[in-house]
Structures are given as C-alpha cells and as structure tokens.
Write a protein that binds this ligand. Structure first.
Ligand SMILES: Nc1ncnc2c1ncn2[C@@H]1O[C@H](COP(=O)(O)OP(=O)(O)OP(=O)(O)O)[C@@H](O)[C@H]1O
Length: 138
C-alpha cells in the first residue's frame, strides 16, 4: 500500500483540488471510479471525503497504522488515518486542544469514522493515553 496521494490514473484523482473540470458530474465520476477500486477516501485539500462502503474493509490494520503514523498527508494515498495523524501531530506540537469536524447525512458513516479515528489515536499514543482513549471508545 506504499505510494503517495497519486496512485495512478486507474484510481482516479486522489485530491479533488486537482480535478481538471470543476463540475458535479466530474466530481461524482471521480468518486465513483475510486469507489469501484475500493478507494473510499478522497481529499479536497485537507478535507477527507469518505464514501460509506457498507462492507468490512481491511484498511485499518496495523500495517496501515504504521504506514500513516508520523507521515504528512500527501505522502500516502488518501485515508482517514492521515487526517487523524495530522490532528494528533498538531495537538502535540502546539500543546492545544484540536478537533475534527465530521459531517454527512444519516447513515453516511460519521460514527464509524469517529471510532476509526479514536482507535488510530489510541494505537499511536503512549500506553497511558491509549487506555484513556480505549475507555472512551467502548
Ligand atoms: N468505514 C466503514 N467501513 C465499513 N462499514 C461502514 C463504514 N462506515 C460506515 N459503515 C456502515 O454504515 C453504517 C452506518 O454508519 P454510521 O452509524 O457511522 O452512520 P452515521 O453517519 O453515524 O449515522 P447517523 O447520523 O444516523 O447516526 C454502520 O453501521 C456500518 O455498517
């Protein structure tokens, strides 16, 4: 799963900012192409667009955690872990509270996304912090 935000033309465009034509059709076409290739995450700059796959996907395991930990967003293909890592790094660097806004219609995957983010932060943080995060995820 190595590679940068650009995985190749067969996976469409990983960041909508780079879309050649700004239209709803072009947006949806890219989203559909990526979804068909099991790419459920696409960036718009630092925003992550997520399509609910309604199926279990093996993209949240330890290998993925290791690949996104401490990396910059554009170093890896679009993933919610990149967003979580970015927020975590900012929080650590600035020693300030930070937040991730998750928005979408009912059933779009907001609750799942927040759990995935909290599990990621639990995995990359220290043991004391991990226990606290795991307690709040249960
Ligand atoms: N990343 C994902 N991988 C696999 N399945 C997912 C994912 N995200 C969501 N789902 C599926 O979609 C269902 C609905 O997602 P979720 O409960 O997170 O939606 P929601 O946006 O929080 O809904 P509501 O606003 O109604 O509370 C989940 O129960 C799960 O089956």
């Amino acid at each position: 799963m190595a590679g940068s935000v650009h995985e190749g033309p067969e996976y469409g465009i990983g960041d909508f900012v780079l879309l050649h034509e700004i239209s709803q059709d072009a947006f949806m076409e890219n989203l559909k192409l990526r979804y068909e290739k099991n790419r459920i995450y696409t960036y718009i700059g630092e925003v992550v667009v997520s399509v609910n796959p309604y199926k279990t996907m093996d993209i949240y395991n330890q290998t993925y955690i290791d690949n996104y930990k401490g990396r910059e967003i554009y170093e890896r293909p679009p993933h919610i872990f990149a967003l979580a890592d970015s927020a975590y790094k900012t929080m650590k660097r600035k020693a300030r509270d930070t937040c991730i806004v998750i928005s979408g219609e009912s059933g779009s995957g907001k609750t799942e996304a927040s759990k995935i983010i909290m599990r990621y932060i639990a995995a990359v943080t220290n043991v004391g912090g991990r226990k606290e995060v795991e307690r709040s995820v249960v």
